[in-house]
Design a protein around this ligand. Structure first.
Ligand SMILES: OC[C@H]1O[C@H](O[C@H]2O[C@H](CO)[C@@H](O)[C@H](O)[C@H]2O)[C@H](O)[C@@H](O)[C@@H]1O
Length: 596
């Protein structure tokens, strides 16, 4: 049985990532890219779908304690047993010839009997490879893929698994290295586990060095930055929304989506958090990724792409996986890729403007791209769309989308003025003002004193909290204050924020069932409260969400208050990005961000 979502910690090599449970089991790992078929898929089924567990043979299988080694993605899991204490060190070295997972068992005291079980499966737990053993190593082959396991203890095959029992004494280290390789290529060179550990630690410490954050929430901010970096696909600069698919937004429900792709929205927000913390290389790599991904006719721009800019992400259901705690279907691909989401050009143009202000030297394509996106917004802003929540119940005139169309023109006008670029500023100003008037006339409910989810609707939407952040109206405007108060009054569940109401028979997203509180929206409420002068409440709410992080500082997309558990894909960039911004803003570092 997989653990609770918050029982997992993340390891990764900037091309893919794995989730390691409290019981020493790697239950999720895709080789060789984030969006490749999973090699360990027990997370979305059971152990027969592939996993790799190492733990003491005696005592509680759940570890006594766990932590990352300093500011790295090297995980240390420790068990205190009646026979002694043992540590499991897990990491994925930065990619060399092939992707590797390294696991080192360290004896800390006594003599601890250990057990090891590897269930190798390709294609999301569907294919049992042909396995062979020779010269102390195990190889598995199925079609185009192969894996190689080299280890410091004898391994034998049993019941479609590879198992080992060994004892580790104080001061001893027993390493295991699992390597994926295309099956037609010669066997990959062995990796020296201890040298890889040293190198990986050094690389993460080097990466952390330029971090400019010096405030009270250093641990939370640095862990969030490391997590965002871990979600970056290093060869291209693309950033995935999360390394998982189909972790449910409702336990046992069908709100299960594949997040292993690059959303322009999530990635631009990630870029802002990186820029704000001093990481200009990542921002530059993402900007280049963006220019390549959206190249072509602006009418064909998508809201998400594959990590290398792939456009086709067809959604299908994995029939053989039973789903996380029975939450079916398990989906691969994402049909939202084909939606019209009119907030996205505004997100992109805003982030390019911020990058320029941060001193990133733009190429000529950057301005041509913004220009092309603006022509697209000019043609489509008056249409209904599916909005940032990617509803599947039909398009509407979402107020947040229109506000972001306003942002697109606003930032273009500023770019021309501040950087002396050519552009029809007068024409853009007229469109910007028209959008502003329309939103205030048709998207505001004067009776309740709040903006609404879409024109003429009664529903609220937590995305409206972004109105003062993007500068559409100042925080002192009574319509902003009214909206913040309405969201707090009507969308909060035990203090945490739902993105929109899902408790009615007809939900705005066209899906049955409910979902948890949305963590990004809860950070946005903290921002809103701070901006309208309710700082103490903002601080309290921020601390409340921080307390929902798991033991190693990670957040999923949502939190199920009834179950008291994290839900949704994990860890999620969209949760860690606002954590960073709110931490900065509460400490008055308002030099950056989406401030109008
Ligand atoms: O809940 C319905 C939608 O959920 C996913 O979208 C959400 O995640 C995206 C990535 O973080 C985020 O950009 C978006 O704002 C969220 O609503 C899913 O990808 C959609 O297919 C689904 O309709």
């Amino acid at each position: 049985m997989p653990g609770r979502i918050e029982d997992y910690a993340l390891i990764g090599d900037l091309q893919s990532a794995a989730l390691v449970g409290f019981d020493g089991s790697i239950d999720w790992l895709c080789f060789p890219r984030f969006d490749s078929p999973a090699f360990f898929a027990a997370l979305l089924g059971d152990e027969s779908n592939g996993r790799w567990q190492i733990r003491p043979r005696i005592g509680d299988p759940r570890a006594t304690r766990r932590r990352y080694r300093g500011d790295t993605l090297i995980l240390e899991t420790e068990w205190e047993t009646s026979a002694g204490t043992v540590r499991l060190v897990d990491f994925m070295p930065h990619r060399g010839e092939a992707p590797d997972v390294v696991r080192i068992v360290e004896g800390l005291s006594g003599e601890v009997p250990m057990c090891f079980e590897l269930r190798a499966r390709f294609d999301y737990g569907n294919v049992v490879p042909w396995m062979s053993r020779s010269d102390g190593q195990v190889a598995g082959i199925a079609g185009p893929e192969s894996i190689w396991l080299r280890g410091g203890a004898p391994i034998e095959g049993r019941d479609f698994a590879h198992v080992s029992e060994f004892t580790v004494r104080a001061g001893e280290r027993v390493p295991f290295v699992l390597t994926w390789h295309p099956s037609h290529l010669p066997e990959p060179d062995p990796v020296d586990a201890m040298a890889a550990l040293e190198e990986t630690e050094r690389l993460w410490h080097d990466w952390m060095r330029p971090c400019t954050y010096t405030g009270r929430h250093g641990d939370a901010v640095r862990r969030s930055l490391i997590t965002l970096k871990a979600l970056t696909y290093a060869p291209t600069g693309g950033i995935v929304a999360a390394p998982t698919t189909s972790l449910p937004e409702e336990l046992g429900g069908l709100r299960n989506w594949d997040y292993r792709y690059c959303w322009l929205r999530d990635a631009t927000m990630t870029l802002e958090a990186m820029l704000r913390s001093g990481y200009t290389d990542e921002a530059e790599a993402w900007r280049q990724w963006l220019v390549r991904a959206v190249a072509g006719d602006p009418e064909d721009v998508q809201i998400m792409y594959g990590v290398a800019g792939e456009r086709r992400l067809p959604e299908w259901e994995v029939s053989w996986l039973s789903g996380y705690e029975g939450s079916r279907p398990v989906r691969v691909g994402n049909a939202a890729a084909e939606q019209l989401q009119l907030d996205v050009p505004g997100e992109v143009i805003d982030s390019l403007y911020l990058a320029r202000r941060a001193g990133l030297r733009p190429t000529p394509q950057v301005w041509s791209m913004s220009y092309a996106l603006l022509r697209f917004v000019e043609r489509h802003w008056a249409e209904p769309d599916e909005g940032l929540w990617e509803v599947r119940g039909g398009s509407r005139h979402f107020v947040h989308s229109k506000v972001m169309c306003w942002v697109a023109f606003d930032r273009a006008i500023r770019t021309v003025r501040e950087f002396d670029l050519p552009g029809p500023v007068g024409h853009w100003e007229r469109i910007r003002n028209r959008i502003h008037r329309e939103v205030c006339d048709r998207g505001f409910d004067p009776v309740r004193g709040t903006f609404t989810q879409s024109y003429g609707s009664q529903e609220l939407d937590a995305a409206l909290l972004l109105i003062p952040q993007v500068g559409f109206l100042p925080p002192t405007d009574p319509r902003v204050v009214g909206t913040v108060e309405a969201v707090q009054r009507e969308l909060c569940l035990d203090g945490l924020v739902r993105r929109y109401p899902t408790h009615q028979s007809v939900t705005p997203d066209g899906l049955p069932g409910e979902e948890g509180a949305f963590l990004a929206c809860t950070f946005w409420l903290a921002d809103g409260l701070r901006m309208i002068g309710r700082r103490d409440e903002a601080e309290e709410l921020f601390e409340r969400v921080l307390a929902l992080r798991n033991d190693v500082g990670l957040l999923a997309e949502q939190y199920d208050l009834r179950a008291g558990r994290q839900v949704g894909n994990f860890p999620q960039a969209f949760s860690h990005v606002p954590l960073i911004h709110t931490a900065y803003d509460l400490e008055g570092h308002q030099t950056w961000g989406r401030r109008g």
